[in-house]
Each structure stands twice: as C-alpha cells, then as structure tokens.
Design a protein around this ligand. Structure first.
Ligand code: HEC
Ligand code: HEC
Length: 511
C-alpha cells in the first residue's frame, strides 16, 4: 500500500468509527465499530474510490473480528446456553432455539467468520471439523440434518455479476416471447440460453379475447434455474442470489448476529441484544467478499516468473486440461465466461438482485440503500489485493480480472451457473428447499487446488474421489474419467490442482 492509500484508509477508519467510545476495548483484538451506512453514502457521493476502500477495509476487519456479547453474538439456545453445534428444534420453550425469528437453520456456533473460512488462508474454505449441520425444516431429527462444508469467499463479486447478467438475458427472452406470442397470435416455444448455457425452454400461448391478447407463459420446461429465471449462485444448493443475502443469513445462523435489516428493532434470538449488525456492516462485508482477489493458477504464476514449474508438471497440466474437455467435464464446468459490464455495485442495479424491501419489512430507501449512493468498483481494475511487483519491476494486478479486446472481464470459474441432477449418492437426506435433494448447481472449480476436502459435505478427501462421486447427469462423464488410465486420471487431477488461490501480498504477513 502506498502512503496516499494508507492515509486515505486510516482517515476513513477514523471517520467510520466516529462517535464510538474512546475507552479501551475489553474484548480480544481490535474491534471494528459498527459501520454507518450514512457515512458510506456520503463518501460514495463525494469520493467514490474512498467509499469503496473504506467499505473494503471495514469488511476485512468484520470478517476477522471475534464478536462478543458487546455486539450481541450468540443466541438464547436455552436458558444459560448461547452457542450450539447441533440444530436444536427440540428446544421449543419460550424464547428458545425453535422459537427464534426468523426460524433458525442451525447454530449459532462461532464468534468470527474466518474461524470457519480459513483454508488455505483467511476467507477460504474449511476442514471437515468445521462442517456445519443444519436443519432448515426444524425436524429435530438428526436423520434429516444437512451437512455442509465451508465454501471459500474469494472474488464473489464476479460470481454475482455473471449471475446478474445471465438473469438479464433470461428475463429478456421471457419478455420477448410474451410479446411475440401476441403479435404473431400463435403459440411459440423458445430455447432459453444465457452466456451460451441452455436453461430448457419457455412456451407462450396467446389468449385472445376480441382485440385483447394475454400471453399465457408455460414455465414447466425451464431447467437448471427457478421459474423466476433468477440465477442463484450462492450456497452449495444455490439458494441465494446475492452475497448480501447469504452473508445476512450466515451471520444469523452461524454466529447469532441478527442484522437490523433482518429483524428491525426486535430481539429475534431472545439473547437480550438488538441491533447486532448494521446495514453498513452488511454493505462492508458484501463489498469485501465481492472484491477479494480472484483465484489464479500455477501456470499463470509461472508465466509471470513468480513460481517455477518443471517441464514434466507443465505437460501433465496441459494434458489434463485436454482430458478435462475430452471426458465432458467442461460441459458443466464451463471454463470461461465474459462479463459485459465488470462494475460491481452494492446495492445491485439489477431489479431482481436489489431488494426493494428487506426481510425486516423496512424499504431499501429507508435504510439508505439506493442506486444513487451505491458503492461501486471495477472487477478488472480496482481490486486491492494481489497487486504484485514482478521480477522485472512491472506491477501485475493479479487480484483483478483480465479483459478481452472489448473490455469485458474474462472469468475462469469453471461453472455453467445452472443446476443439475447429480444422482442419489450426492442427495441430501431431505429436500429442504424445494430444489430437489440431489440437485446442485455446478460448483465452480476456480481455486479447487487450494481447498478440500471437496463436495458439499466434504466427503471427498482427494480430487479423484470428488470426481468419482459424480452421478446423475454427470454419470457418463464420470465413467469416461474412470475408464482413463492411471496416468490419464493423474493428468486431470494435476490440471485441477493447478487451479489455486494464493495470497501474494507480502504486507499480509504483518497482520
Ligand atoms: C460455523 C462455520 C461458519 C462461519 C462462522 C461462517 N461461515 Fe460462511 N459458510 C460456512 C459454510 C458451511 C458454508 C456453505 C453453506 C452452504 O452452502 O449452505 C458457507 C458459505 C458462505 C458463503 C457462500 C459462498 C459461496 O460461494 O456460495 C458466504 C458468502 C459466507 N459463507 C459468508 C460468511 C460470513 C460473512 C460469515 C461471518 C459473518 C460467515 N460466512 C461465517 C461456514 C461458516
Ligand atoms: C452434470 C454436470 C457436471 C459434470 C459433467 C461434471 N461435474 Fe463436477 N460438479 C458438478 C456439481 C453439481 C458439483 C457439486 C456437487 C456436490 O457438491 O455435491 C461438482 C463438483 C465437482 C468437484 C468438487 C468441487 C468442490 O469445490 O468441492 C470437482 C473437483 C469436480 N466437480 C470435477 C469434475 C470433473 C473433473 C469432471 C469431469 C470428469 C466433472 N466434475 C464433471 C457438476 C458436474
């Protein structure tokens, strides 16, 4: 960080913390004071870049912070018990676990985000010992609990932008179809596609009554996405469209931090505390995770002279990439997608991703969340992490996305952003979200060489096992992989192991 940046950051932290107590904090670590959305909004108008950096910095502190009861962490699991690693639908007395609002899925069981999101370094994935058991249907029956492995938080902004643009494309196709059915006065069927990925078909029948025509849309053949055509990329199950909505639920379920925008002024978890997470806190958390460094690859680092790869390693990786395509992995794990407009904004400018009314019932406007004061940054230019000085003195912006000739961001996520039937072996014990117990969105493979164990419940201790566990729509591809020679399989695994997440900021050592 250069001196100017440093000064800007320091002054912003002071600005954000204005009005809080000057007494020394009695809790562990340096606590980030609650972030005020109004302060961020004022900055967003006067100095947009500073607003972005201030939100990023505050989000960094919030993900690391060990929350205490001073901020209302935890919940009234039952009298005298604040945390639980098991869902406790059996505790249904007044104010107990089963009577919290909104209804709990699990926990609370942690005091900081990065206590789970830890591998290979802060904000990453988690080992099986940190798996989370959830009981969204509140059955109280361990046979119905869902097991989840911690997913990494890097560069989530690109994922949300891809989902937003795909949703725009799909919804435009629905609108055009409705119009054509009435102008043509005949039923029509169109394939739905977004960024080259198919999502089934939509059909429309004009219902004609004299001069009036109403198109009747049939959504029964839509595939891989909800009928509202909103691409939900977050969570192993693809339950959440935005970083913000996932983070809001994570804070409540994992840590017992009930956000203002979740419950308003009520004490939904009956722990004696209200206002446990501000609107500004969630904006900061969102911006931080959105703008974290993107995963890279050993081959990319080697091309820049930052690591060495032997000729043997290079040829294994290259052969593995070819095999990955040959056996059909790339059909779902789509290597590359382009983002037309690489500017991420919070709140989102997409109507299906901006929440006009928050879960608490307050409107976005009332809470100070408006497009006019949105915090924005460019995924191809502004990312603060992994700015690396190369051996020849040039600076490589390795946290940011590459652009193509038209200025579009090139995102190598290895996902098609749609759901697939993956077979009984990978099914949850119950269909808790109405998506299908064995239906999962294609997990992106970016960074997969630095995470593990793999799959939604962390059952795969090696990449080979993760691949062999595929079933359902992936069965044919899995069989072709299984039929490869030992060398062929090792090549595919080397290719996946090449997809890494690395922290290239020497400064981080100091933290
Ligand atoms: C107790 C462990 C634990 C803690 C603490 C925790 N998380 Fe997570 N996190 C998980 C698990 C497990 C998943 C996968 C959940 C799923 O898919 O249903 C996850 C997934 C996520 C995702 C979705 C990532 C993706 O690609 O789909 C986000 C965003 C997230 N967490 C943010 C946070 C934030 C912010 C905090 C702190 C307020 C936090 N988490 C605290 C365990 C944890
Ligand atoms: C039909 C779509 C589909 C095909 C084809 C497919 N996958 Fe997957 N893949 C998925 C889904 C969905 C998941 C997440 C499943 C889960 O967690 O239960 C996944 C998960 C993975 C994971 C684990 C990721 C993680 O972070 O835990 C790896 C590794 C993987 N796939 C590699 C491959 C390889 C290699 C191939 C080709 C042999 C392949 N996949 C073919 C859909 C597919």
């Amino acid at each position: 960080m250069n001196m100017a940046d440093h000064l800007i950051r320091t002054s912003m932290i002071v600005a954000l913390g204005a009005g809080t107590s000057l007494l020394p904090s009695l809790s562990r670590g340096d606590d980030q004071p609650p972030v005020d959305q109004g302060t961020l909004n004022a900055l967003a108008v006067d100095a947009p870049e500073v607003a972005f950096l201030a939100a990023f910095e505050a989000g960094d502190e919030l993900t690391e912070m060990v929350f205490t009861t001073a901020r209302g962490v935890g919940a009234n699991v039952r009298e005298g018990q604040r945390f639980t690693r098991f869902p406790r639908a059996d505790l249904d007395g007044p104010g107990e676990w089963a009577n919290h609002q909104p209804p709990r899925e699990g926990g609370p069981q942690a005091q900081s985000c990065i206590s789970c999101h830890a591998l290979p370094y802060a904000n990453g994935a988690g080992g099986v010992e940190l798996n989370v058991a959830i009981d969204p249907l509140q059955t109280g029956d361990p046979r119905s609990y869902l097991e989840r492995n911690t997913a990494p938080l890097f560069s989530l902004g690109a994922i949300q932008r891809v989902a937003e643009e795909m949703t725009t494309e799909l919804q435009a196709q629905e609108a055009a179809l409705a119009e054509r059915a009435c102008t043509g006065r005949a039923p029509i069927v169109v394939p739905l596609t977004a960024k080259g990925v198919g999502f089934g078909t939509l059909s429309a029948t004009p219902e004609i009554d004299g001069e009036a025509c109403t198109p009747r849309i049939d959504r029964s053949k839509v595939a891989g996405v909800n009928e509202d055509l909103v691409v939900r990329a977050f969570g192993w199950k693809g339950t959440h469209p935005t970083i913000r909505s996932f983070a809001r639920d994570a804070a409540n379920n994992e840590m017992g931090l009930q956000a203002d925008e979740l419950v308003g002024a009520t004490d939904g978890d009956h722990d004696g505390y209200v206002s446990e997470l501000t609107v500004g806190d969630l904006t900061a958390l969102t911006i931080y995770m959105a703008a974290l460094e993107r995963p890279t690859s050993m081959t990319e680092l080697a091309a820049l002279g930052l690591v060495e790869l032997s000729p043997m390693e290079r040829s294994l990786i290259a052969a593995g990439e070819a095999r990955f395509h040959e056996v059909g992995c790339a059909g779902c794990h789509k290597p590359e997608m382009l983002i037309e407009d690489p500017v991420f904004t919070e709140p989102s400018l997409h109507p299906a991703f901006a929440e006009p009314v928050l879960p608490s019932g307050a409107t976005a406007a009332e809470l100070g969340l408006s497009p006019e004061t949105a915090i924005r940054f460019d995924l191809t230019a502004d990312l603060p992490n992994n700015r690396v000085v190369l051996p020849d003195g040039r600076v490589a912006e390795l946290g940011a996305y590459e652009t193509d000739a038209q200025g579009r961001a090139v995102v190598r996520r290895y996902s098609d952003f749609r759901r697939h039937e993956m077979g009984q072996e990978l099914a949850d014990p119950v269909d808790a979200y109405g998506i299908g117990a064995s239906v999962w969105p294609t997990r992106g493979l970016a960074g997969v060489g630095s995470t593990g164990p793999w799959l939604h419940d962390g059952r795969a201790t090696t990449l080979d096992e993760a691949i062999l566990a595929h079933g359902g729509e992936a069965a044919a591809s899995r069989d072709r992989y299984a039929a490869l020679s030992d060398v062929g399989r090792a090549q595919v695994v080397s290719f996946l192991a090449n997809l890494v997440i690395v922290d290239l900021d020497p400064e981080d050592e100091e933290h």
